[in-house]
Design a binder for this molecule. Structure first.
Ligand code: NDP
Ligand code: MG
Length: 387
């Protein structure tokens, strides 16, 4: 039996992961499931999957969780330290699918135990890519990408010579506002931004798809994960979301990963790696699909893409600042304190303010420094939004 832990089990990725594990329950021994506010779902799954422990990220919800688990034999725990403690419990495979930089510390702890870490939490790579890779190396752990584009690149690179890579192209659906006139974006609401044309995902990543901050994070994730020069990485808008990424080699070959938008492919690939096992995903019928289309990823419509280039050029803790500023600006948009287009302008201003303070962006990439940069960026974002 493989011991598995899922961080963010109550979310979209977490639920898809449980869907796959639940198809072959005898193959898995569930160690820990974690969630946030959704105590009912967390308790239900922890009991159904016979987890050793269920953890909510929120200390004040411990009693609610205890009550929901009463008599089940599943241990209850709560708070940020309880997440770390859960990550320290031995497991063979750990899904990192908390949303936001809150996913970083548990993921690092799981790597320190030598676990295979299935990484949906792209923020970990954006904030602390070098630390993630060095921690994995030091502990003989493996990081498997779960973001669909990065899983696609990973699969296209199996057996290939990394020096022969000429370019990596990740695709973007374009999100909810892909076809909106630019002048209408100023009035876009959170409800409108949360309607994704193709993928069924959590609210925050769905809005990040509309603003293209999701793709911006993914450009940085590509650079960090695969150690590829930013000049070789492109994003292209592909409204059908059938091709997830393409890798171009120096002989001109372009290897594409194609499949219907269902995260259970990338999750299942990471779950069974290095084997390929049957997965319950739709098989593509090329003839009924008919055609696939592509458009440029316009940096005027989506300034997040330009900012990602700047962050990649700067390096250091710029990714942590960028991500935290985006998380906070997204909170501001959700609370209707700022408009849709101000998400990017707040992030840009946070980056410029933090960069102007010597010693912040260029500090060593340690967990403490990343969390400090993250905190500082949130404070600056609040200052800007409260102006
Ligand atoms: P969801 O919002 O659906 O789920 C997020 C999960 O994290 C929930 O379990 C939530 O708990 C928990 N959570 C929220 N805040 C915190 C916190 N501060 N500390 C600890 N746990 C917390 O997100 P998704 O599943 O959509 O995304 C998860 C990650 O995977 C993100 O990094 C996203 O970018 C990435 N990803 C997602 C894809 C998708 O298809 N959904 C595709 C590619 C990448 P609760 O709900 O109980 O409050
Ligand atoms: Mg993705």
């Amino acid at each position: 039996m493989r011991r598995v832990t899922i961080f963010g089990a109550t979310g979209s990725i977490g639920q898809n992961t449980l869907n796959l594990i639940g198809r072959d329950p005898d193959a898995y021994d569930v160690v820990a499931l974690t969630g946030g506010q959704n105590i009912a779902q967390l308790a239900k799954d922890a009991i159904a999957f016979k987890a050793d422990v269920a953890v909510t990220a929120h200390s004040h919800l411990l009693n609610d969780l205890r009550q929901a688990l009463a008599g089940s034999g599943v241990e209850a725990a709560a708070g940020p330290q309880a997440l770390i403690d859960a990550a320290a419990r031995p497991a063979d495979w750990v899904m990192s699918s908390i949303v936001g930089s809150a996913g970083l510390a548990p993921g690092l702890t799981a790597l320190q135990q030598g676990a295979s870490l299935a990484l949906a939490n792209k923020e970990s790579m954006v904030c602390a890519g070098p630390l993630m890779l060095s921690t994995a190396k030091a502990h003989g752990a493996r990081i498997l990408p779960v973001d669909s584009e990065h899983s696609a690149v990973f699969q296209a690179l199996i057996g290939e010579d990394l020096d022969a890579i000429e370019r990596v192209i990740i695709t973007a659906s374009g999100g909810a506002f892909r076809d909106w006139p630019l002048e209408d974006l100023a009035a876009a609401t959170p409800e409108q931004a949360a309607q994704h044309p193709n993928w069924d995902m959590g609210q925050r990543i769905t809005i990040d798809s509309a603003s293209m901050f999701n793709k911006a994070l993914e450009l940085i994730e590509t650079k960090e994960f695969f150690q590829i020069a930013p000049a070789k990485i492109e994003a292209v808008v592909h409204p059908e979301s059938m091709i997830h990424a393409l890798v171009g080699f120096q002989d001109g070959a372009l290897m594409a990963h194609v499949g219907p938008p269902d995260m259970r492919h990338a999750i299942g690939f990471a779950l069974h790696y290095p084997q390929r096992k049957a997965l319950p995903v739709e098989r593509l019928d090329l003839v009924s699909l008919g055609q696939l289309t592509f458009r440029p990823a316009d940096e005027q419509r989506w300034p997040a893409l330009r900012l990602a280039r700047e962050v990649m050029a700067t390096g250091g803790l710029a990714g942590a600042v960028f991500n935290a500023a985006k998380e906070r600006a997204l909170d501001g948009f959700l609370d209707r304190r700022i408009g849709f287009q101000q998400i990017a302008s707040v992030v840009e201003e946070v980056l410029s303010r933090v960069s102007a303070q010597p010693g912040h962006i260029d500090a060593a990439i340690t967990l403490d420094n990343v969390m400090h940069a993250d905190h500082l960026a949130r404070v600056r974002a609040d200052e800007i939004m409260n102006k």
